[in-house]
Ligand binder design. Structure first.
Ligand code: SF4
Length: 680
């Protein structure tokens, strides 16, 4: 019996880096180091003209692809200096570690990396902190207890169990400040957990992959503690391995193992170490009884020989005196029937369409057998865990059923979605995306799951989400719903909140006036807390502040007509733009003496004003109405001075201003007003 791990084949980061090699870049194309740790892939890239170099000076112009492990910073610098087109295929999970190290190193932390000092990923990370990191893969270095601030990260492909044990043993009270980041990537953790589980229930584990690959070696290490374990690169390596027929064999593979290697190994194992030959099926297709008596039933698969073929179909014989007939429509899958392709005596694999002969002739179909054979080919391709599509035929107790070739596919109700599905009927006729969990060749039965695919996709999306969604970045999200305290926005399927205070710089009546449910907008990430699963977004942070709009539209020296919004003893506030007001001080209200501002203005008046000054740091705009009025001769001023009964005293105005300020707690201009100097 062969049991395959659910996670086989390339991981997300490897697939992503290989996708870069498919693009059109300026030639020649190089990879910095081997793109992935697998000689088969390295060789196939070489055949495409993509060469691995270890020294950037070997590149003669063109493009250099940085592999998923990343590269030292000086290498990136040198590549740019040499004018190379640098394509960065560093896995986002590695980039995340590099960012943590850059930030903590700048904050004065000593960096400690759990991993292998000479692994390219670790070398690249170490370059970020000028090669000052402590790299360890056994015990926590004693010297680090001398440091005041320590930041610990882990190589993405490290052993999760070992990292946990080492971290648990750290004497935290001996360290003043320590920050620990578990940066082992999710696919590594999943594969290691599966390897552990599988190796406990199997007699033998085959770890498929390259011995150069760090994550593959870790899988071997985990499995060999529980059972006989072999690391094999391809089917060739299996010839020297001793496995007894009937032993339970588990298959796991490293993140850089190509599908071809996995398929090869599984095929070899099935043909040499299992008794899964479909004897039952072979007997079922044998239609002719040995005693000469014909036992026919509809749907029986038989071997027949062509007697003759014409435009309408093929007449066949199946060892008895009675003939059979395959109509032209039932001859081929693609409808390309040509009688010349069926010379007399050709043996055909057919299915009996009816057990009742019409005019002494039995109807057969070759097309249906071809369809079954095609289906069986699909079965071969899905053995290694590749995704396949299936139309559900019907429901049964506890799940759904469909057919691929001669195999019946069963999808348990618990494996359709990420939750248990009770009502199976709506799935009949629907196409599911499946991965095979078990194949029983003897019973022609496959157990498959869509849940595994959906779960893996969700986890991958979540990992990418939390890696990329950090404070300061801009994300695009769809408004899902609106509540009284804000808007819920879906970003890559994760619900985030835009608090009501982060929606607009200006007052608004309802959130719906700004954000519409179902529409997509861009937002700034304000906070992202992975542990609590909470993300705060801001909409107003990406909009221009109204003060900036106001000073852009009304620069110093310009004039405009604005509405008076409020009057104070020391002056009048005039609206410059919605939500932004400027102050016309009483001394700038008129070209003649103003005893009381209420004598010349009232709230709601529209007056022409000139922008005298702007203070961006304090967000203040100083206006003048006087500057827009004709100058009054000096004589008139003298007369006015004589006429005035009593000019408002500085103390009176200050008193009123203070009273106003106390009552102006909610006024956004309270700060502005308290700084205004009252002139006599
Ligand atoms: S093993 Fe993890 S970190 Fe490495 S390439 Fe794959 S997904 Fe990225």
């Amino acid at each position: 019996m062969i049991i395959r791990a659910k996670n086989l084949g390339f991981c997300f980061g490897v697939k992503r880096s290989l996708a870069f090699t498919e693009k059109n870049y300026p030639e020649p194309i190089y990879t910095f180091g081997e793109l992935i740790h697998n000689s088969r892939i390295v060789e196939s890239l070489k055949n495409k003209g993509i060469v691995a170099i270890d020294d950037i000076s070997e590149a003669d112009g063109g493009t250099v692809i940085i592999r998923s492990h990343g590269a030292p910073v000086e290498v990136l610098g040198l590549a740019k200096e040499r004018g190379l087109n640098v394509v960065d295929a560093t896995c986002p999970f590695v980039t995340k570690i590099r960012n943590i190290v850059a930030e903590k190193y700048a904050e004065g932390y000593k960096i400690a990396i759990f991993g292998m000092a000479n692994h390219p990923e670790v070398v690249g990370i170490n370059s970020i902190c000028d090669y000052t990191a402590f790299v360890f893969d056994e015990t926590f270095p004693e010297e680090l207890y001398e440091e005041s601030k320590v930041c610990i990260v882990a190589q993405t492909t490290s052993s999760a169990e070992k990292f946990k044990n080492i971290i648990n043993k750290i004497e935290k009270d001996r360290l003043k400040t320590v920050e620990i980041f578990d940066t082992i990537c999710y696919t590594t953790k999943e594969r290691q957990a599966e390897a552990e589980e599988l190796s406990k229930k199997c007699d033998v584990i085959l770890v498929i992959g390259d011995s150069n690959s760090s994550n593959t070696r870790k899988l071997k290490y985990i499995c060999e503690r529980n059972c006989k374990t072999f690391l094999v690169k391809s089917a060739n390596d299996l010839k020297n391995i001793q496995i007894k027929v009937g032993e339970k064999i588990g298959i796991v593979a490293g993140a850089s193992t190509p599908t071809e290697s996995i398929t090869e190994v599984i095929h070899y194992m099935e043909s040499n170490y299992t008794d899964a030959k479909n004897e039952e099926f072979l007997q079922a297709v044998d239609a002719v009884e040995t005693n000469g008596k014909l036992v026919l039933r509809e749907g029986k698969r038989m071997k027949v020989k062509v007697t003759y073929a014409d435009e309408k179909g093929i007449t066949v014989n199946f060892g008895m005196k009675i003939d059979g007939r395959i109509s032209a429509e039932e001859a081929t899958l693609d409808g390309s029937y040509n009688p010349a392709d069926y010379p007399q005596g050709t043996e055909l694999d057919v299915i009996l369409l009816s057990a009742k002969a019409e005019d002494g002739v039995y109807p057969f179909s070759k097309k249906q057998v071809d369809k079954i054979k095609e289906g069986d080919k699909v079965v071969d391709s899905i053995r290694n865990g590749e995704e396949f599509a299936l139309v559900v035929d019907r429901d049964t107790k506890g799940g759904l059923l469909g057919k691929i070739g001669t195999y019946t596919v069963f999808i348990p109700a618990s494996q359709i979605k990420e939750r248990y599905i009770h009502d199976l009927k709506p799935y009949i006729g629907k196409t599911l995306r499946l991965t095979c969990l078990e194949i029983d060749d003897a019973k022609r039965r496959i157990v498959a799951s869509q849940k595994v695919i959906l779960e893996a996709e969700r986890k991958e999306k979540e990992e990418i989400f939390w890696t990329n969604v950090v404070p300061g970045v801009v994300v695009s999200g769809k408004v899902k719903s609106i509540s009284k305290f804000g808007a819920f926005v879906s970003v890559d399927g994760v619900d985030c909140l835009v608090h009501i205070t982060d929606i607009s710089w200006t007052k608004f009546k309802s959130i719906e006036d700004i954000l519409k449910v179902g529409k997509k907008y861009e937002f700034a990430v304000l906070k992202a807390d992975r542990e609590k699963g909470k993300v705060s977004l801001g909409y107003k942070q990406l909009q221009k502040h109204p003060f900036d709009v106001a000073i852009e539209n009304h620069p110093v020296g310009s004039t405009f007509v604005g509405k008076i919004t409020s009057l104070m003893p020391f002056g009048a506030f005039v609206e410059v733009e919605p939500g932004v007001e400027g102050l016309v001080h009483v001394s700038e209200a008129s070209n003649t003496y103003v005893k009381n501002i209420n004598d010349i203005f009232k709230v709601g008046d529209e007056i022409e004003v000139k922008v005298l000054a702007v203070d961006s740091s304090e967000k203040k705009i100083t206006l003048s109405a006087k500057a827009c009025l004709p100058e009054v001769p000096e004589e008139a001023h003298k007369t006015e001075r004589k006429d005035k009964t009593r000019a408002p005293k500085k103390n009176d105005v200050q008193k009123e201003e203070a009273e106003w300020s106390e009552n102006a707690g909610n006024n956004p201009f309270a700060d502005l007003l308290k700084d205004i100097e009252v002139k006599k």
